[in-house]
Design a protein around this ligand. Structure first.
Ligand code: FAD
Length: 117
């Protein structure tokens, strides 16, 4: 059976994938409404994330590094940076945020390269 730390890690991987994919698809020139949506999503997420300890620590990170919502690039780099802060706290490797643009694809748009078709 899966133990608690395995389950917590699995939830974390799925969650980071969704968060990075959302910022990778965020508009390059967001409207005020779209900026509000991303900001609100991040703060509501930080209250609802089911790992309580993770959520509490994440809220502290957000106080210091509020969501950057001015553009796709700003949002993606911000998400990468805060993931790296969590990585550091958990003594994991730092990810090179210069590589982020190509990493998170959703398969939801024609302009995405799809190597399987
Ligand atoms: P993950 O950190 O889950 O990353 C998955 C993949 O994303 C990596 O394999 C890599 O390919 C890529 N990646 C790594 N770093 C970056 C980056 N900076 N930017 C973009 N892509 C990257 N676990 C705890 O035990 N305690 C906590 O307090 C805790 N807090 C968390 C808070 C949040 C908001 C989230 C979403 C998760 C949290 N977790 C916490 C889970 C933890 O961050 C990991 O998801 C989990 O430990 C699994 O780690 P992993 O090594 O598989 O890689």
């Amino acid at each position: 059976a899966l133990n608690n730390s395995t389950l917590k890690a699995e939830l974390g991987r799925s969650t980071w994938k969704l968060l990075h994919t959302i910022t990778a698809r965020f508009p390059e020139k967001p409207t005020e409404n779209e900026k509000d949506a991303l900001r609100n999503y991040v703060y509501l997420f930080s209250r609802l994330y089911p790992c309580g300890e993770c959520a509490t620590e994440f809220q502290k990170i957000l106080e210091k590094y509020p969501p950057q919502v001015s553009s796709r690039e700003a949002a993606s780099q911000w998400m990468c940076a805060i993931h790296n802060i969590v990585n550091k706290r958990l003594k994991k490797e730092q990810f090179d945020c210069a590589q982020i643009a190509d990493k998170y694809k959703c398969g939801c748009d024609d302009d995405e390269t799809n190597t399987t078709t």
